[in-house]
Design a protein around this ligand. Structure first.
Ligand SMILES: [Zn+2]
Length: 152
């Protein structure tokens, strides 16, 4: 038996319009979330096909970002959601992160310092992490690894 304590955090990516309903529920129940946004995709229409079902993937309009995400954390998710593991130009990696951070800070009205890697764990590289740490204003970044459980 160890004395680990568990914590739950909520982190959602891509600024889809479904966030509006999710945040209504979060606010109703006093839950805080982090929302990782791609500033150059804001306001764009799209869709995903998941298990044969078409789902709207429409991005929140930039002029509504401050109002919709008020009381929750806005974080960087790069300008256009590239797989950073496949971006070979270091300047482009820095631009994708730092320009997104600056755009989102302007939209949010505060300095954005968090980040989630686009595509999660499979797209994470130590190389990109080092560039981001040394050359951007990002103070923390997360990736994802699915362990199919809630163990610490
Ligand atoms: Zn994403």
């Amino acid at each position: 038996m160890n004395n680990w304590k568990k914590a739950v955090t909520f982190s959602y990516d891509d600024a889809v319009t479904q966030d509006i309903r999710l945040i209504e529920l979060f606010n109703k129940y006093g839950v805080k979330g982090t929302f990782n946004l791609n500033s150059e995709l804001l306001g764009k229409d799209g869709h995903l096909i998941r298990e044969g079902v078409r789902v709207d993937h429409i991005k929140v309009a930039p002029e509504r970002v401050r109002e919709i995400y008020a009381g929750h954390e806005i974080a960087v998710h790069t300008l256009t959601h590239p797989n950073l593991a496949q971006v070979t130009d270091e300047e482009e990696i820095v631009r994708q992160v730092e320009q997104d951070r600056e755009n989102l800070s302007r939209l949010a009205g505060y300095e954005v310092v968090g980040m989630a890697y686009p595509g999660g764990g499979v797209n994470f590289t130590e190389h990109a992490a080092k560039l981001i740490e040394e050359r951007t204003g990002v103070k923390y970044a997360r990736t994802t690894v699915c362990n199919q459980g809630f163990d610490v």
